[in-house]
Design a protein around this ligand. Sequence first.
Ligand SMILES: Nc1ccn([C@@H]2O[C@H](COP(=O)(O)OP(=O)(O)OP(=O)(O)O)[C@@H](O)[C@H]2O)c(=O)n1
Ligand SMILES: C[C@](O)(CO)[C@H](O)COP(=O)(O)O
Length: 230
Amino acid sequence: MIPERKYSAIIVAGGKGYRVGGELPKQFISIGGKPMLMHTIQAFYDYDYRVRIIVVLPEGYKPLWQQLCDEYRFAINHTIVYGGETRFHSVKNGLSLISDEETVCIHDAARPFVTSGLIGRCFDIAFNDNCGVIPVIDEVNSVRRLTEKGSEIANREELKIVQTPQAFPAEQLKAAYNTHYLPVFTDDASVAEISGIKIILTEGEESNIKVTTAFDIELAEFYLKYLSKR
Ligand SMILES: Nc1ccn([C@@H]2O[C@H](COP(=O)(O)OP(=O)(O)OP(=O)(O)O)[C@@H](O)[C@H]2O)c(=O)n1
Ligand SMILES: C[C@](O)(CO)[C@H](O)COP(=O)(O)O
């Protein structure tokens, strides 16, 4: 990061992880010997220790998180804010701590394997091109569209799988989030696009998985063991 640039990351960890099952929200589940959220925060610190990190937690989970940070001696500096009912509301709460002149990345805590290269590329494109940028990868499966009569084949060449971090000039994204929630707002690009922000696609990473199910937790453990032996 060039010194005069102000890069901030909002790591959204405000969900409950229902699709994993169990009581503990997935971002606090240990993978590779420490809670998933610590891996994700570490990824941004490893990219550049000067990035300001804001972590959005589920309401009431700050004591648990502080206990985990003490237990694991996790000392990377970050600011905590509580999230809301949906990812949209959590991002909105995080943005309340961001000033207009910053470049901001929104990243899922559930994507702990994001690389420094992808983080840096997203920040730099958003800064240099003054627009939104999101990582995408190809859809390699056949896909079908549901219809009233059942379903029909869809052209996978017209589709991309969207990831995070999603980066924007903060002034633009804050203005876009000054709106009411819509169910279509499953990521930040969907909010930005409706407000007219230009969105650039950049190559994502197959390894940048979103840990969503119990199987993904096992996959994440396996992947970390594989990385430790490389
Ligand atoms: N109200 C919410 C919902 C989600 N997230 C975050 O957004 C990211 C992507 O969401 P998802 O993978 O769906 O996480 P959960 O909502 O926790 O999962 P589930 O839908 O299974 O409950 C996660 O890091 C999650 O913590 C958030 O900050 N606030
Ligand atoms: C933001 C995201 O990870 C991009 O693919 C995805 O939209 C999150 O969806 P979720 O249902 O909140 O996991």
